[in-house]
Ligand binder design. Sequence first.
Ligand code: ATP
Length: 499
Amino acid sequence: MIKEITIGVAIAALIFLALQGVNLLPLLFLGALCYLLYNLSGLKVINKGFQGQISPKTRGITFADIGGQENAKKEIIEALEFIKDSSTAEQLGIRPLKGILLAGPPGTGKTLLAKAAAAYTGASFIATAGSEFVEMYAGVGAQRVRELFQQARELARRDNRKNATIFIDEIDVLGGKRGQNFGHLEYDQTLNQLLVEMDGITANDEVRVLVIGATNRVDLLDAALLRPGRFDRIIQVELPDKDGRLQILKLHTANKPMAPDVNLESIACQTFGFSGAHLESLANEAAILAFRGQEKILKQEHFIEAIDKVMLGEKMDRQPSKDDLKRVAVHEIGHAIVSERVRRGSVSTVTIIPRGSALGYMREVPEADSYLQTRRQLEEKIQVLIAGAIAEEILFCSRSTGASSDFAEAAQLAKGMVFAGMSELGIVDPDSLPQNLLHRAVAQILRVQEELVREELQDKIEIIRCISQELLREEKLSGERLRQIIAGEDKPQTKAHLA
Ligand code: ATP
């Protein structure tokens, strides 16, 4: 508003002077020069400070609003007890806790944990991100760090609080190893300033500041930042396990009307590898699907479709040719048949409806959260991955480019097997293993699995043909339907020409 009034007054003054016959050219020139200097000198950036980048809203977020993450919550609460009971901590001579680092993949709830930590200690809360400090102008980053700490203290004073929490997301951008950014030392100055500010935190401060950093690349951080007395606690915030996923789903569906058929436990089982953010999106997508279908409540089918959407993206309008569709159907059924042989009940859905970059896909139900894999499990995974291409080869006497991502994934698994000492090379040193030897060992693993799958699918040509016909007609088959046909309980009625 003030800006608009100033501009209006300036224009009016210029018109007045022009009417009085004053030569305006030198004035205009001077004005343009000042404007240029103001923008280039970085003054504007410094003056802008953190206005608009702080988020003092933590009300409402408590540890109870965070699903799973039991270990992370426990560790943070333990650390925060020193702040809550600062007099006992002081009596025992415990130095103040200055920083907590939350390390883990995106979307796992690090920001939520920081907000809940602030609420737990009754602190005011300021959030920012490492990228906010990166400027090409020397000294701006360091100035912003100073301002950030000042602002956190002012905010706490204004709110009559004794504690302030500063949350710095992507702290690796600002706290990366020093001396690595050749050309200018701006990054190093910014990090130095953060270290200085953290060192300046004492037990006697009127407002006690706690810095919570978040990153998914702890390895990139400067050692000085991680030494005791700065980020005292490093807390791992992992992807949620099945129970964690169930809790997160319960939290994000609590405000939604649910049909009695919704089984969140089964949704939690099918979403191995999903972060909290994925699960929040899943619940939201399920509600959108219900809305599109003009339903008043969310049903299990909405959740199942929402899993596909979150995993693979929106359904595509593009319609593949009939020949492509037949190929895609055979490819997906190849995957599905081998997957069912490896683990009965493993197929959740098979479809030829294009979604994201996939023309079709087979989605498996993960068995249980498992973090270790045996040689046999890895070989079976490779078999499922290459089965699509081999089914195509058997029915159409040729392969297609549709299998390239399957092969890339299979090769990656085979490489993992070589490094885990599961190949003909025995135990190897990954750093000194020559590329040609690695390539040979990977190719050998893939060749053996390929032969096994070819033998298996040669014997199953009829069933592949039969289920592909049904898939072409229905576009989507549930795991149950697929198992019915494989077991010969129910045969598709019509025939379509496949090959
Ligand atoms: P990033 O590293 O990308 O900044 P983050 O780890 O800080 O991500 P948040 O911003 O805390 O993740 O989470 C994003 C959203 O995901 C939250 O607003 C919330 O809706 C949901 N979410 C993530 N984890 C959880 C959880 N454990 N419980 C409930 N909701 C969660």
